[in-house]
Every structure is written in C-alpha cells, then in structure tokens.
Design a protein around this ligand. Structure first.
Ligand SMILES: [Zn+2]
Length: 73
C-alpha cells in the first residue's frame, strides 16, 4: 500500500531578519527562528550571526548601517 506519509521538510536555508541594534547602531542579521523561538526572551534581545547581542531599536528609528560581520557570512 502506498501510504504516503507527509515528510516535514526542515528548512535548511537560514532565514534572517535585519534588526538594528540601539547599542552600536548597526543593522545585524538575526536568524528569524529566534524571533518566535524559545530563545526569545520577550525583551527584544537577539543574537546576531556575528555573535553580537542585538538590542532591537524601535521601529521608528532609521535602519543602521549593515553590520560588516553579519553581511560577510
Ligand atoms: Zn552583526
């Protein structure tokens, strides 16, 4: 019997969200799994690809200059 079980394909491509940090003014690339994932502490702090702990800037702030370390990876 061909009982096709639906295989959940785990996304391998790392989706990132650009978040500007108020501390250094750079726009860092944060894996979007952190936004809704268990790592999210609800305080708007995320760990960017470069390892920087991003303190998210208010949306009203203009986006900062792209982080050179994040954009390199
Ligand atoms: Zn960065």
């Amino acid at each position: 019997m061909g009982n096709h079980s639906r295989s959940r394909s785990a996304r391998r491509d790392l989706a990132t969200v650009t978040i500007t940090c108020v501390r250094d003014g750079h726009a860092h690339a944060v894996p979007d799994v952190q936004i809704a994932g268990p790592q999210a502490d609800g305080r708007g702090r995320y760990v960017a690809l470069c390892g920087h702990v991003v303190t998210a800037a208010p949306m009203i702030d203009p986006e900062g200059a792209p982080c050179p370390l994040c954009s390199r990876s």
